[in-house]
Design a protein around this ligand. Structure first.
Ligand code: ZN
Length: 358
């Protein structure tokens, strides 16, 4: 592990000096240099690969405008995607000269990796843990429709024209609020301690929120699988721009909106869907512009209720159909319809043919 760390840091140094962050270039520059380490060559390649990952992350931070220090690998670890074996319930870690060190695997891990089609691609060993990276070839399922997903602060609405389900996630707002008020109550005049405490409360919040969203994403995938539907999201990546200082909103509102974990649900749904072969589509901003404000039945532009109209909270008025409709189902039905059009046209994009056609 120590050699691995040193090799990785050597590769990072060389990569920084030679301004290389791709695996190919970095391998060319560093592989010869790592010759002085007496370790199996599989680890040299993996150390270079790890270094390339670290350098790429640094590059990404810089391009996003976050200055970084010179990176280095400080944790002791060992990664390899070559030459390891799994035999008799143990992971055999290569030590060179055809010698191996066995690490026993527990029943859960063995059950997971013995599923049909699952291949172990690499292992990561640290002082206290062992992770296996597994892969599975999954065939994409044939689908007959699309479930639209509309992510809101207090609910996640999922469905299509046939059925709409709403999941209550207001607990995540509560959790975020509690965390904020706890962190705000720290009075000690030591920024390091405050930072540490805030970080630990933040992690706790993240875990609790993740658990709630896990339940939601699990049942979304189950529904998609049973009903043979694809899943469609709306692209809301830049939504935080709406809640920045100086946008005329209150601190509480901005705080709430900025701790809204909208990306986490998508992340979970995407990886679970990939595992099940359920296709996931993200509609571009262009494709979804304004669709949350179009009537599902007649395509008429919908109107917001007047301010202070409590009876029609989160509802919209259609002048064409002369009726109120709930905001969230409208969004998911529109997302589902647009996504299905894109799906049918395959690569042709959503097309304009749906305009005006309910
Ligand atoms: Zn209408």
């Amino acid at each position: 592990m120590e050699s691995f760390r040193l090799m990785c840091n050597d590769a990072i140094r060389i990569g920084l000096a030679g301004d290389a962050s791709t695996l190919k270039r970095l391998s060319k520059l560093t592989y010869g240099d790592l010759g002085r380490y007496e370790v199996p060559s599989c680890y040299k390649l993996c150390a270079i690969s790890k270094a390339a990952g670290i350098l790429a992350a640094r590059k990404k931070s810089i391009s996003r405008g976050f200055p970084t220090k010179n990176p280095c690998l400080s944790k002791l670890l060992l990664v390899s995607c070559y030459r390891f074996k799994i035999e008799n319930g143990s992971l055999l870690v290569p030590l060179g000269d055809h010698k191996f060190e066995g690490v026993p695997l527990n029943a859960h891990t063995l059950a997971a990796i013995s599923q049909t089609g699952v291949k172990v691609r690499s292992f990561t060993l640290t002082e206290r843990s062992l992770s296996l990276c597994i892969a599975m070839e999954v065939e994409e399922k044939q689908v007959g429709g699309v479930l639209g997903i509309d992510r809101n602060l207090r609910n996640v609405t999922v469905g299509n024209a046939e059925q709409v389900t709403s999941y209550d996630v207001s607990k995540t707002v509560e959790i975020a609020e509690t965390t904020r008020s706890v962190v705000r109550s720290f009075r000690r005049n030591d920024v390091r301690i405050r930072k540490k405490l805030a970080a630990s409360y933040g992690r706790r919040r993240q875990e609790r929120v993740r658990q709630i969203l896990n339940r939601v994403s699990k049942s979304i995938i189950a529904e998609a699988r049973v009903k043979k539907q694809a899943i469609a999201f709306e692209d809301i990546t830049d939504i935080r721009k709406l809640y920045r200082t100086g946008n005329g909103q209150g601190n509480g509102f901005r705080g709430r909106m900025n701790s809204w974990p909208f990306a986490e649900l998508k992340r979970q749904v995407e990886y679970k869907a990939a595992w099940e072969g359920v296709p996931v589509i993200t509609l571009t901003k262009g494709e979804t512009r304004g669709i949350t404000m179009d009537c599902v039945r007649c395509g008429e532009r919908l109107q917001e209720p007047v301010r202070g109209d409590g009876a029609h909270h989160r509802q919209l008025w259609c002048e064409g159909c002369k009726r109120w409709d709930d905001r969230d189902p409208i969004a998911v039905m529109n997302i589902s319809r647009r996504a299905w059009l894109r799906f049918v046209h395959a690569k042709g994009g959503a097309g304009e043919s749906d305009e005006g056609e309910p």
